[in-house]
Design a protein around this ligand. Structure first.
Ligand SMILES: [Zn+2]
Length: 577
């Protein structure tokens, strides 16, 4: 009869337990020094060796041939404990025996001394499943410890155990087993079983097992029975539902290089293979983490044990990807249209790069122009000194004019203020961060220093620390559309915004309060009147992007300097492109 690998290869000695050396050593020391506690709590994720350790412990303290804290595994005592037939070592699964009656029964029986061995051992697995009444009964038992009775409580969820129980037990936290340790163990087992294997297949299984040896072994079992010739890479991918390294790499690189249609093709290919969307996002997150870690030093190589070569992708991009993936992961939990979210994620990431690239192109252009201006200025000064000409002083290159103030649309701002309520403001304020975080990276940049100043059921007055950002936001219609869309979706509140520089807020508010008192508010709320009354505050129709403005200004300055220079020195001045 075929026996599952995890049963056959269940650790029978402390030294067989993978990845929990500290715990094994401490338990062996306790046995060797006869300092055994009457209650232990073993916590940790599934498949990390908790119940195996409990059984080995039960054997080691009762085995007449115990050596260095390890059981012999050949005597009657060891063998009957391994088979679960020794009456004094009792295993209880709290998931199926969570009643008070069962625990009371234990309490009564635990009073009696063991009959066959030195110590009676109760192993209660999944102890967090006990009912409150059962916990109380257990607590009573632990409060009146009986000589030669030991309780080992195991759980994956220690936070569900009452503190009164925890405080009466010696606690051991079992760690997730590293991929490397799992892979080593799988290799060892396959060598012993004389089964052929592909290293990459074991890597895939070790990764999918998520730190649990039992899952790793059952995946290995499946991979063995799936393929007819040992453990192949393709079988491992199939049984674990993993996406291949190549597929993942191709997808991420296509996004990074903005081959959007190819990235979408990769995505559809993965989904066509029947991979689950949530699983895909999870694996992408692990992949992103590995990419980040491969960029920093990892001295022992344990953290990136699965990845041999990683592409050079900017860490900024990876961080943005992780952030976006986390949002997508949340969205996937509440939607049935999972594929659409993944497509949106793909497009969003590629687009974010696009915007960043164009932003930095603009910045580069400005920098270039400024450099040229500075160079020319120096050239002129240099020539001036050389020729010792002081008759015609060259005036300084004019400073960029930054005093152009943004003028808010008073009529619209006032109409929001006229209907503003504290309740609306609070609602918008509380959700503002979430709404903004739905926007693209460059859109978020514009709103970074913004604050919600007031809100009515129909609109929001937004304050900006910097006039430039205020103007950029006020003229960005797609940003405004996206905002109102997300606002509608998230808080059922139209996020129609009116932008105000914070430096002008006080004045605007005073003006509003005053005109309300004077009864002249109507004039402001009527847009046609406003232009006549307040020609300066009405919004001018043309709003040049500040960026373009700056470039134009600099462009204008250059010929001025050149002409000044040529005027002075004739053809001596050479203009470098
Ligand atoms: Zn033995």
């Amino acid at each position: 009869m075929y026996q599952a690998l995890y049963r056959v290869w269940r650790p029978q000695k402390f030294e067989d337990i993978v990845g929990q050396n500290m715990i094994s050593q401490t338990l062996k020391n306790a046995i060797l020094s006869h300092k055994v506690s009457h209650a232990y709590l073993f916590t940790g994720p599934r498949g990390t060796g908790k119940t195996s350790a409990a059984k080995i412990f039960a054997k080691a303290i009762n085995c007449p041939n115990q050596m260095n804290g390890e059981p012999c595994n050949v005597c009657d005592v060891c063998q009957s404990i391994t088979q679960g037939t020794l009456g004094d070592v009792i295993e209880i699964d709290a998931a199926s025996n969570n009643g008070v009656e069962e625990i009371r029964d234990i309490r009564d029986k635990s009073r009696y001394a063991p009959t066959q061995v030195q110590y009676k051992v109760y192993i209660i697995d999944e102890v967090h499943m006990l009912s409150t009444g059962a916990f109380n009964a257990l607590l009573k038992t632990l409060e009146e410890p009986t000589q030669s009775v030991i309780f080992i409580l195991a759980t994956t969820e220690p936070h569900k155990i009452p503190a009164t129980i925890i405080s009466r037990a010696q606690r051991f936290d079992f760690k997730r087993i590293t991929r490397q340790h799992i892979q080593e163990r799988l290799t060892y087992i396959l060598e012993q079983e004389q089964i052929e294997y592909d290293d990459r297949a074991l890597q895939i299984i070790a990764k999918s097992a998520n730190g649990g040896m039992r899952d790793a072994l059952s995946l290995l079992d499946q991979a063995i029975s799936y393929g007819d010739q040992g453990v192949r890479y393709e079988d491992a991918l199939q049984v674990s539902g993993s996406i291949s390294h190549e597929q993942m790499l191709s997808y991420v690189i296509n996004i990074y290089e903005q081959n959007t249609s190819k990235a979408l093709e990769d995505l559809h290919c993965v989904l066509r293979d029947g991979k689950e969307a949530g699983r895909f996002v999870e694996e992408l997150l692990i992949f992103a983490r590995d990419m980040l870690i491969s960029q920093v030093v990892s001295p022992d190589g344990t953290l990136v044990d699965v990845l041999d070569s990683m592409p050079s992708i900017s860490s900024e991009f990876i961080y943005a990807m992780i952030e976006e993936l986390t949002l997508t992961q949340q969205a996937l939990k509440v939607t049935t249209q999972k594929d659409i979210y993944l497509e949106t994620f793909t497009l969003k990431m590629a687009k974010a790069l696009d915007k960043k690239a164009s932003n930095s192109a603009d910045n580069a252009l400005i920098q270039d122009l400024w450099q040229t201006v500075e160079q020319l200025k120096k050239q002129v000064e240099h020539l001036q000194k050389q020729e010792n000409v002081q008759k015609v002083p060259i005036k300084d290159v004019p400073k960029r004019q930054n005093n152009k103030q943004f003028t808010p649309n008073l009529s619209k701002v006032f109409s929001v203020l006229a209907q503003a309520t504290a309740k609306d403001k609070q609602l918008v304020q509380e959700e503002w961060h979430d709404i903004v975080s739905c926007l693209s990276v460059s859109q978020q940049g514009k709103l970074n220093s913004s604050v919600v100043l007031a809100a009515s059921p129909h609109g929001i007055v937004l304050g900006f620390e910097y006039d430039v950002l205020c103007q950029m936001t006020a003229t960005d219609t797609s940003l405004q559309q996206d905002l109102s869309q997300h606002g509608e979706r998230l808080i059922k509140h139209p996020c129609r915004i009116e932008c105000v520089p914070l430096s002008q807020w006080q004045t605007i508010r005073d003006k509003f309060v005053q005109s309300k008192k004077m009864g002249t508010l109507e004039q402001y709320l009527h847009p046609t009147l406003v232009e006549e009354l307040e020609p300066q505050t009405a919004r001018s129709s043309e709003h040049l992007e500040p960026l373009e403005e700056a470039i134009t200004e600099i462009k204008e300055e250059i010929p001025e300097i050149i002409s000044k220079a040529t005027e002075l020195f004739g053809d001596v001045v050479e203009v470098e492109e």
